[in-house]
Design a protein around this ligand. Structure first.
Ligand code: MG
Ligand code: MG
Length: 266
């Protein structure tokens, strides 16, 4: 069942989504070679709690951390570790917060120092595909229009692998609500998008094969060929006319540049 939100509820959700964006911007300020993802997770959790919210993922289906932090060939659901990040790594931080009865949920892939040109392109194209999907997130369209836009941009144009096993989702009082929002699909198919829906659109794009496997920790999803993967996620309220993006990358992008992680000449 799809839960439609009132205008007031969407404004509460905007507060949650923007707190996630602020959290990711705080991470952007400190992520660099030498820091561990364990430190990033602790820092993010403290920031969330200092802002009167709870980390949505901690304890969700027994996930033990505030953030999913996925390095290089890890696509999503990575565990923070005490290993230091190295120059040339990419690291995805996916984080949710619960505040005022609603969840926000956003993800961002950071470059650590200087990364290869091919990886730079992967990040750039994945982020572009997120916005191409968002363009379609308006009243009257269907979920398949979003998936088609993401898949067409990444798989068709660049030959990347669109992960099939994991998808975007509705968002609200629960972190995962209906409908599912795949990053692949056919135009004009799937659930109808209607005013009041709030969805998380989150392309998970592999440089090589679309195939993934679960690590032995039971959580971390990795690319089958060991090539890197990128993941960007926004929360979008469906409206008539144009999409309303509740989260924001602008503060994150300013912070990552100031911090010398120069990948994103977006
Ligand atoms: Mg997420
Ligand atoms: Mg999500």
């Amino acid at each position: 069942m799809i839960h439609y939100k009132t205008k007031e509820e969407i404004e509460l959700m905007r507060i949650s989504s923007l707190l996630v964006s602020h959290t990711l911007a705080e991470v952007a300020k400190i992520v660099r070679p030498g820091i561990s993802t364990f430190e990033l997770d602790a820092y993010a959790e403290q920031f969330i709690r200092d802002n009167g919210a709870a980390p949505s993922f901690k304890g969700y289906q027994d996930f033990p951390f505030a953030c999913c932090i996925s390095v290089n060939d890890a696509v999503v659901h990575g565990f923070p570790t005490k290993d230091a990040l190295k120059d040339g790594d990419i690291v995805t931080v996916d984080v949710g917060v619960y505040k005022n009865g609603f969840h926000g949920d956003s993800a961002y892939t950071f470059a650590i120092g200087e990364i290869g040109e091919d990886v730079k392109q992967l990040l750039h194209v994945t982020k572009e595909s997120l916005y191409k999907g968002i363009e379609k997130a308006v009243h009257g369209n269907r979920v398949g229009d979003i998936g088609y836009a993401v898949q067409n941009h990444t798989e068709k144009q660049y030959g990347y692998g669109v992960v099939r096993d994991l998808v975007g989702h509705g968002l609200g009082r629960k972190i995962h609500e209906e409908p599912q929002v795949p990053n692949y699909g056919k135009r004009g198919t799937g659930a109808k998008l209607k005013e009041g829906m709030v969805i998380a659109i989150e392309p998970m794009i592999n440089m090589g094969t679309k195939n993934v496997y679960h690590d032995k920790d039971g959580w971390t999803v990795r690319t089958e060929d060991g090539k890197p993967a990128a993941h960007y996620e926004h929360n979008v309220a469906i409206q008539k006319g144009k999409p309303d993006i509740l989260s924001s990358f602008s503060e994150i992008e300013v912070a990552e540049k100031a911090n010398g992680n120069l990948c994103s000449d977006y």
